[in-house]
Design a binder for this molecule. Structure first.
Ligand SMILES: Nc1nc2c(c(=O)[nH]1)N[C@H]1C(S)=C(S)[C@@H](COP(=O)(O)OP(=O)(O)OC[C@H]3O[C@@H](n4cnc5c(N)ncnc54)[C@H](O)[C@@H]3O)O[C@H]1N2
Ligand code: MOO
Length: 396
């Protein structure tokens, strides 16, 4: 059996970062995409000297002996495109964000005056430069406002947009197609006949794709037929950047992925529990991750193999974050296979098993918030042991 690390490396070696494309700044898919090139400012920010306060533009020297009364030349609202000039010994009434008139070096905020419109009494002196936001004081034209490799978050947007960009070049978030397999599956909400089960992997894998910051391209279900499965995947490969399947990869008589792609994909066993049977192949440029069908096996396989591969395709430097935590009550682990035990991790970095560790145990999974990694050579976890723990990623 292949080790977990070897299988992950094997997958990462075969996936490529997606081709960059230009995305409008208002497109929802921009968030979480990775900049493919530095974003350079086409403008100085601020673009002109402007007022930081509602008040009066003055020369500081004219109010040095405050209280003083100055005639008001007029109003300068924000958005005023005239080039006003301040005559010495006068004031302009000015609003926050409005251009400071030539000749003025300061703004006296309205609270320090009587608020007059024809003339204004200034109660306090101000230092030169008070309440003036200088041209280029934030960003110079030609400055890099966001570096290539940045994963775009809301706080990058003001600088990018104000620097003059309505679109940016990014490595897009991979669009992922999901295909569940099995004649026994029925969609969520169905009434079931004896022997049938609800298809929970479709919705679960879709939510994993979203929670990890990728895009869901399609969610489909097929039966146990090889040709049907091959046709579904081949057609889906034209619509998405990656495909994740569940089921049909173990040793049964009706294993649709194996039937469909025996000659094209690699089916292997990885020394882990859950997640032992794994498949992988390429349909053109589109990687296809074939995960085992047991729901917990699918989830663990996604976390351990698919998420790192999709992050690599997305050009994302962020790695899965693991912590070290102390076992409160022990449990057993299969020999020769790394166990990804479903556990409850508390704020003091202590863990307990969330319940049964068989790969069909969804009730216990629903109580878990992390996966504890038990090394392959360990068969019994004891109270006080310290393990690597991968917190499960929820929604934003
Ligand atoms: N003779 C052997 N049998 C099995 C082996 C083995 O090595 N030799 N490995 C076992 C392990 S480990 C796993 S994991 C499973 C993986 O099986 P498959 O990937 O082929 O998946 P299926 O047989 O299609 O389904 C397994 C199980 O999961 C249920 N399932 C499948 N898809 C869904 C879904 N979308 N939603 C809900 N439940 C699903 C399915 O009904 C089965 O109960 O094989 C073991 N067997
Ligand atoms: O290795 Mo399978 O994924 O446990 O049940």
């Amino acid at each position: 059996m292949r080790s977990v690390e070897d299988h992950r490396r094997h997958l990462l070696d075969q996936v490529r970062s997606l081709a960059p494309r230009r995305i409008p700044v208002l497109a929802p898919e921009l968030l979480g995409s990775v900049l493919a090139a530095d974003v350079v400012s086409g403008a100085a920010l601020p673009g002109f000297d402007n007022s930081a306060m509602d008040g009066y533009a003055v020369r500081a020297a004219d109010v040095a002996d405050a209280p003083v009364t100055l005639p008001v030349d007029g109003d300068i609202p924000a958005g005023d495109t005239r080039s006003s000039v301040l005559q010495p010994g006068t004031a302009w009434r000015i609003m926050t964000g409005a251009p400071v008139p030539a000749g003025a070096d300061s703004v006296v905020q309205v609270e320090l005056t009587d608020g007059g419109t024809h003339q204004v009494r200034v109660e306090h002196a101000v230092a030169p430069g008070t309440a003036v936001r200088r041209l280029g004081g934030d960003v110079q034209k030609g400055d890099v406002v966001a570096l290539a490799g940045t994963r775009i978050a809301p706080w990058h947007i003001p600088a990018i947009v104000s620097a003059g960009h309505a679109e940016v070049e990014v490595i897009p978030r991979p669009r992922v197609g999901i295909v569940t397999t099995g004649d026994e599956l029925r969609p969520a909400g169905s009434d079931l006949a004896y022997g049938q089960v609800i298809d929970c992997n479709g919705p679960m894998l879709a939510s994993l794709v979203t929670a990890h910051g990728f895009a869901v391209g399609a969610v489909r279900a097929v039966g146990d037929g090889g040709p049907e499965t091959r046709a579904a995947l081949t057609s889906l490969a034209g619509e998405v950047d990656a495909i994740v399947t569940s089921g049909g990869v173990s040793a049964g008589a009706f294993e649709p992925l194996k039937l469909a792609f025996a000659d094209d994909f690699e089916f292997t066993q990885v020394a882990m529990q859950p997640g032992k049977p794994q498949g992988f192949g390429m349909l053109g440029d589109v990687p296809v991750f074939c995960l085992p069908g047991n729901p917990v096996s699918s989830l663990v396989s996604f976390e351990v193999f698919v998420a790192p591969a999709l992050r690599s395709m997305a050009g994302r430097p962020d790695a899965a974050r693991s912590v070290r935590a102390t076992v409160q009550t022990g449990w057993s682990s299969p020999p020769g296979r790394a166990q990804f035990a479903r556990v409850v991790l508390d704020h003091d970095r202590r863990i307990v098993s969330s319940g049964g560790q068989a790969s069909h145990i969804m009730g216990g999974l629903a109580h878990a918030n992390a996966l504890a990694v038990v090394p392959a050579e360990v068969t019994q976890v004891h109270e006080g042991d310290v393990l690597e723990v991968i917190p499960l990623i929820g929604g934003a």
